[in-house]
Design a protein around this ligand. Structure first.
Ligand code: PNS
Length: 193
């Protein structure tokens, strides 16, 4: 019998309950699922690759057929390397569709033998994105129902460090920017997920 392995690629900065919902659904239809975190030197993520890996490993520890890995370069090349036959992606709303379709068709052009499989997370997560979680947490809002406990803790640690950094900057007479330049903040705000 054929065993079907899939990858679930993404930035996961940070992983959310929506990601976890999709991982659970994916683990039920694929024999093996690799959550693949993109190592992207052009982006400046809130969480390091090691932190994101740690969070995802903790979140998926209960699934026997799910593993976590990192990759760079093309998603299709990584999929081939690990002998996956499918790419799992989530679609929350119609607004995701155009971008996801474009990506799926490009991936098909690059590697016709690889299928993209779209799954919908539970409706209660349809508004949830990593970008919004980062923004709400950084502005002091509660994200407790939006991300797993380990992510809540990591966000708290990050924000405490940022506040300390900001305070020491203020004391030293530096302008307050939360540790980020304006251009970096607006670039991050354009990030989709
Ligand atoms: O969680 P994200 O940021 O929406 O994930 C996007 C991701 C990582 C799946 C996409 O950017 C990607 O596949 N990047 C790897 C480079 C690549 O293969 N580019 C061509 C995609 S058509």
């Amino acid at each position: 019998m054929k065993r079907i392995k899939a990858i679930y690629p993404g930035s996961f900065d940070p992983p959310t309950n929506g990601h976890l919902d999709l991982i659970e659904r994916g683990s039920q239809i694929f024999d093996e699922l690799v959550v693949a975190i993109l190592r992207n030197p052009e982006k400046s993520p809130l969480f390091s690759l090691a932190d994101r890996r740690k969070m995802l490993e903790a979140m998926t520890a209960g699934f026997d057929n799910v593993s976590v890995d990192t990759f760079d370069g093309l998603t299709v090349d990584y999929a081939l390397k690990v002998e996956a036959r499918a790419i799992l992606r989530g679609i929350r709303a119609i607004s995701d569709y155009e971008y996801e379709l474009q990506m799926a068709l490009m991936n098909r052009k690059l590697q016709p033998g690889l299928e993209t499989v779209f799954m919908m997370p539970a409706e209660k997560y349809s508004y949830l994105s990593s970008r919004l979680v980062r923004e709400v947490a950084q502005l002091g809002g509660s994200v407790e129902c939006l991300v797993p406990e380990i992510v809540v803790q990591k966000l708290r640690e990050k924000i405490d460090v940022a506040h300390k950094f900001e305070k020491s900057g203020k004391l030293a007479g530096k302008p307050s920017s939360g540790g980020k330049s304006k251009s970096k903040r607006s670039k991050n705000n354009r990030d989709k997920r």
